[in-house]
Write a protein that binds this ligand. Structure first.
Ligand code: ADP
Ligand code: MG
Length: 291
């Protein structure tokens, strides 16, 4: 049953940009011990910008972007959308129609252009050839918190594209307050070790798990639940929905996908991460009143 105290807390939350679907989760927040965050679109704005384009000898930047964008325009991944936008600002001719397309969640896409297989995605999606392609440069991109995407044709790696996503302006402060409240913070991402390390530092998240496949987010939430009484998960994407459902408290970004919003127990209006710690404090206050 909803008590007057929780009712007034729920309406207080609603006025302050935190939408509680019911009183139970508001009460639970006071006991929060660990919180996992998705990276892209949650801690970061989710609109990465292309910063660097490196091609193999004999391939122009335009040619490379033309090939990659022709395939990526059919992917809904935020990286794909940014790459296509960047390519369209550089190339005037119409993009090509791929003959075949396959999404590989957590890794990238495979398409076919002029009967040639084109593979696009993170380094682990390829064999040694991607590790051998400009290793020093890719390492320094990752250290700057950039995500590196490779593309390959029949002759090998064609080039790589570095993208930088901005950490949300309130992220660092919001996470620091959670840390001060004694809540363990973890970032879950499919991105590389180096990039994850850089981004987690940028927003003061204590722990991170890199190379996390979409289905592994659930596993990590379950593991956290074994050692922590109450665990929350914050996410924005379709991929995050199962982990949101498995957490004791699922929190969705207000501009997240419909599935995330439907699955979550709490929605952060205006995507404001500071609202989480505020809600924890609100919950503690409310529970004190009830007692
Ligand atoms: P995240 O949201 O943490 O980046 P994903 O599981 O969506 O995690 O993707 C993991 C990684 O796989 C991305 O960082 C990217 O390097 C690569 N990737 C996935 N989809 C694509 C795509 N369509 N184009 C390029 N790279 C992709
Ligand atoms: Mg995301």
């Amino acid at each position: 049953a909803i008590t007057p105290a929780s009712l007034s807390a729920i309406s207080y939350g609603a006025r302050h940009g935190i939408l509680f679907k019911n009183g139970l989760h508001l009460e639970r927040l006071a006991h929060l011990e660990a919180i996992a965050f998705d990276k892209t679109g949650t801690l970061t704005k989710g609109t990465p910008a292309v910063t660097d384009v490196i091609t193999r000898e004999g391939v122009s930047e335009e040619e490379f972007l033309y090939i990659v964008a022709s395939i990526e325009r059919y992917s809904h991944h935020p990286l794909a959308q940014s790459i296509v936008q960047h390519a369209q600002s550089k190339i005037t001719k119409e993009l090509k129609q791929p003959e075949q397309l396959e999404d590989v969640p957590g890794f990238g896409v495979i398409g076919s252009l002029n009967n040639q297989e084109i593979k696009i995605g993170k380094r682990e999606f390829f064999k040694k050839e991607a590790h051998a392609f400009c290793p020093n440069l890719s390492e320094s991109f990752a250290t700057e918190g950039k995500t590196v995407v490779y593309a390959k044709d029949d002759q090998g790696i064609i080039g790589m594209i570095a993208l930088k996503d901005m950490v949300r302006s309130e992220a660092k402060e919001a996470i620091s307050v959670l840390n001060e409240l004694g809540i363990k913070t973890v970032m879950l991402t499919g991105d590389s070790e180096k990039t994850a390390s850089a981004i987690s530092k940028e927003c003061s998240v204590e722990n991170y798990i890199a190379g996390c496949l979409p289905e592994e987010k659930v596993t990590h939430v379950k593991t956290l639940k074994q050692t922590h009484e109450t665990v929350a998960m914050v996410g924005d994407g379709i991929n995050d929905a199962p982990a949101l459902a498995h957490a004791n408290i699922g929190i969705a970004m207000g501009e997240g996908t419909d599935v995330a919003l439907e699955t979550a127990d709490i929605v952060l209006m205006k995507n404001n991460l500071s609202k989480i710690a505020q809600a924890v404090k609100l919950s503690k206050k409310m529970n004190a009143i009830i007692k």
